[in-house]
Design a protein around this ligand. Structure first.
Ligand code: FER
Length: 278
């Protein structure tokens, strides 16, 4: 579904900063911020579900807001009643400002998004639930991200499934077995996603995965085979083209290369079903 631009100046959400303390990879204190989108009419008399939306490699908490129409998509969806209002958090997964080489350093990026799982659990989710009127349960938490943010989302599925129930990995694959693992170690990755989840005692009704990318996206050759391999584990992953059924969804967009300007449309499409239980 294509988003039409929304220009009602009276019913827009607001963006503010949340400052919080965390730890870097050496255990040293670091001070972080996240951008917090509060829906129009946000009231502490109500409890809101929360979507954590993660930037790509080299990015920061401002990337989604700077580079896409995500804010407009959120404003439109709430104003037009496509879904009930929720809070969106835009954190940064780096503990320090990234020093990016022209070539992606897969292991550096991978260790950053892995470290971020601890930050999410120990610092960011607690700070959110303390500061805002959130609904503090896993059914009311979703996480998504673009590119390395998609990689972050798969790691959140593996490491933080007790805290989060909906996952939107967009143009990013699972790097459990190293960079681009969804493409390079496809079968092993799918099996680990299955086994690790079953071993924790989770079943098919405990989560929903809403994945997406574009045919022209550089991550498509890594994400597509991973999703195909996951589909075979039908005891846990129930693929469906209907967003209301099953727990594994995959949307491939036309004319969509690896960019926020395109990828945010997946978030828009999935918004109505993200928190259907709340
Ligand atoms: C992918 C996942 C992440 C991918 C690229 C990235 C090429 C990240 C790229 C970057 O940080 O620049 O599947 O495919």
């Amino acid at each position: 579904m294509e988003l039409h631009h929304y220009h009602d100046t009276n019913r827009r959400g607001t963006v503010e900063r949340l400052n919080y303390a965390s730890k870097d990879e050496n255990g040293t204190s670091v001070f972080k911020y996240a951008n917090i989108y509060l829906p129009y009419g946000y009231s502490s008399g109500q409890q809101y579900p929360v979507l954590y939306l993660i930037h790509g490699g080299g990015g920061n908490p401002d990337a989604w807001l700077d580079c896409s129409m995500i804010k407009n998509a959120l404003d439109t969806s709430f104003t037009e009643n496509r879904c009930k209002p929720f809070i969106t958090v835009f954190p940064g997964f780096y503990s320090h400002d990234p020093v990016r080489k022209s070539q992606v350093e897969e292991n550096v990026e991978r260790s950053n998004v892995l470290r971020f799982q601890q930050e999410l659990r120990n610092d960011l989710i607690p700070a959110m639930d303390k500061t805002y009127s959130t609904s503090p349960c896993r059914e009311a938490r979703a996480i998504g991200g673009f590119s390395m943010g998609g990689v972050t989302t798969w790691f959140a599925f593996l490491e933080n499934l007790d805290l989060i129930s909906a996952f939107l990995p967009l143009s990013g694959d699972c790097w459990q077995f190293g960079g681009l693992g969804g493409g390079k170690e496809t079968e092993k990755t799918a099996q680990y996603l299955h086994d690790h989840t079953v071993e924790q005692g989770f079943g098919k009704n405990d989560f929903r995965i809403f994945a997406g990318t574009g045919y022209e996206d550089i991550a498509c050759p890594n994400l597509t085979p991973q999703i195909e391999a996951m589909k075979k584990y039908t005891d846990l992953f129930e693929f469906s083209d209907s967003m209301e059924e099953g727990n594994l969804h995959y949307v491939l967009m036309e004319d969509a290369p690896h960019m926020y300007e395109k990828v945010y449309q997946h978030v828009y499409n999935y918004m109505p079903v993200l928190f259907s239980c709340c």
